[in-house]
Design a protein around this ligand. Sequence first.
Ligand code: SAM
Length: 283
Amino acid sequence: MPTSQPGAPAAAGTLHVVATPIGNLGDLSARALETLKTVDAICAEDTRHTRQLLSHFGLERPLIALHQHNEDAQAAQLVQRLLGGESLALVSDAGTPLVSDPGFRLVRAARAAGLRVSPVPGACAAIGALSVAGMPSDRFVFEGFLPAKASARRERLARLAAEPRTLIFYESAHRIEESLDDLVAVFGAQRPAVIARELTKLFETVLDGTLEDLRARVAADPNQRKGEFVLIVEGAGEDADARIAEGQRLYAKLTEYLKPSQAAKLAAELSGAPRKALYNSAE
Ligand code: SAM
């Protein structure tokens, strides 16, 4: 049986970080179920949501709300409970806690107190999508949600345009179209991508094509705009990478003499890189 780390009392409890399903309840592992059954209490992002999950499995445990608004304050108290010998589980509404979800502050505080923090791995939308995308997967970059504001979103994308590793984004139904528009504008229409929608659920759909294709398919079919999405975008190939690097170099030079919009237009023409990949790239 694993013990707590040096620094914590021998009788200290463990914080179990437990993944829950992202749709199909059959994805809750046997070990996750056993852990949730035996801990003293479960820290949950939304206690109502987690209560429903537990009741589906015939479980009833004390729940503690732990979300982005109270995590800092709660973390210290939860660490005290762990030091006092209670064992706790941390879950989020869906998938793996801490992955675009709360929990990082609690885990950091528990580790700083020398407590044992143990994962019960399971569903994660990013990894599920990557596993079916057919994109290079030895190295990838998880970017979570893009910024909601258009200018910040384009700026973030411009910084990623030359990234050679496969890129993974989370997206919601109300921003999928805008994000696809910006991806086309910044990464270029021809970049291969995959949209993984409603994974493990009734309307699971995995579409692949160029960014332009995918944008057109989502625009043409309202069903493709419903639900939860993971966007996977192939990394910049050596050609695109070199074009963008050259474009950014030209842009930086030309802005010494021209307005940013003129510099971006000219640098894009000369390098063949998408203009928006250059326009927001300068500090
Ligand atoms: N912690 C979760 C995980 O491990 O994947 C992610 C939580 S984040 C708040 C929610 C986002 O994950 C959604 O907006 C969507 O981008 C993605 N997501 C969650 N479930 C999904 C599913 N079944 N299919 C596709 N994407 C999903």
